[in-house]
Design a protein around this ligand. Structure first.
Ligand SMILES: [Zn+2]
Ligand SMILES: [Zn+2]
Length: 268
């Protein structure tokens, strides 16, 4: 289990949880109870909304606390003096390089993260919203988190639209309740637009990068992809696991270590 003590990451994490709990409170208290409590649709929507929300929290928890694919440090301190003097960073194994920041040998496609202060295998980017790097071992959970946030935003839009076209029981009785319901609905709508658009853009970007067989780091550094072209399904299963594709949607299965980038014997 990993957890970084990065103030920006911890602030973003706290904001995420407050936003999620607030959305749940408004949907249940001010939308569903006020407009659907006398039919079984009310209970159905409360259960469905909270099931998706639980999947979101589990995938987020796993993205936050999973090892993203940290390259272990060598068992013994290695002599890097010649590498510092010649600026040559090839260590002799095909595609392997030396990271002079954390002083380790790293496999191809591993990059150094300045916030985690370690090299991460297949590093995509460092994400403050999960206070962790997105890499080989947790990209699947990160994408599930984006998917569930997007799904909940869509669901909330539908519930909001329904509640605005349906008569509210308390609004006719109390002006204060009417104003509170209106205020919470507007804040929730803005929250959904903001988060919905944000996750949609990142999710499209993630899927595009996977289909291009490039990580976020490689895209920004414009390194060029000289690897042989793989089918899209194979590229997706590299990231999401080699199970049935339906299981890619659920945060319950683990990413098998069997398919990790192999390490050389300095580490194992
Ligand atoms: Zn490094
Ligand atoms: Zn990082």
């Amino acid at each position: 289990m990993v957890f970084l003590k990065d103030p920006c990451g911890i602030a973003c994490l706290s904001f995420t949880y407050v936003a999620i709990l607030y959305a749940d409170f408004v949907v249940v208290r001010w939308i569903i109870i006020e407009t659907m409590s006398d039919s079984s649709w009310g209970s159905f929507n409360i259960v469905l909304f909270n099931v998706i929300l639980s999947l979101l929290l589990v995938s987020h928890f796993r993205a936050v606390f999973s090892d993203p694919g940290i390259v272990p440090l060598p068992r013994n301190r290695l002599d890097f003096s010649d590498i510092y003097s010649t600026q040559k960073n090839d260590c002799g194994h095909t595609g392997w390089t030396v990271c002079t920041k954390c002083e380790t040998y790293r496999p191809p496609r591993a990059y150094h993260c300045c916030i985690c202060k370690r090299c991460i295998r297949r590093m995509d980017h460092h994400c403050p919203w999960i206070n962790n790097c997105v890499g080989e071992r947790n990209q699947k959970y990160f994408m599930q988190f984006l998917l569930y946030v997007g799904l909940l935003c869509l669901y909330t839009f539908v519930l909001l639209a329904f509640s605005w076209t349906t008569e509210c029981k308390v609004c006719g009785i109390s002006i204060l309740d009417r104003q509170a319901r209106m205020m919470h609905s507007i804040i929730l709508l803005l929250e959904c637009i903001l988060f919905g658009l944000f996750v949609l853009i990142i999710l499209i970007n993630q899927v595009q990068a996977i289909f291009e067989d490039e990580t976020g780091v490689e895209q920004t550094q414009n390194m060029g992809n000289y690897r042989p072209r793989k089918p899209r399904l194979a590229l997706l299963s590299d990231v999401c696991g080699r199970q049935y594709p339906i299981l890619w949607l659920f945060p319950c299965t683990s990413v098998s270590k069997k398919f990790d980038t192999p390490l050389i014997d300095y580490h194992v």
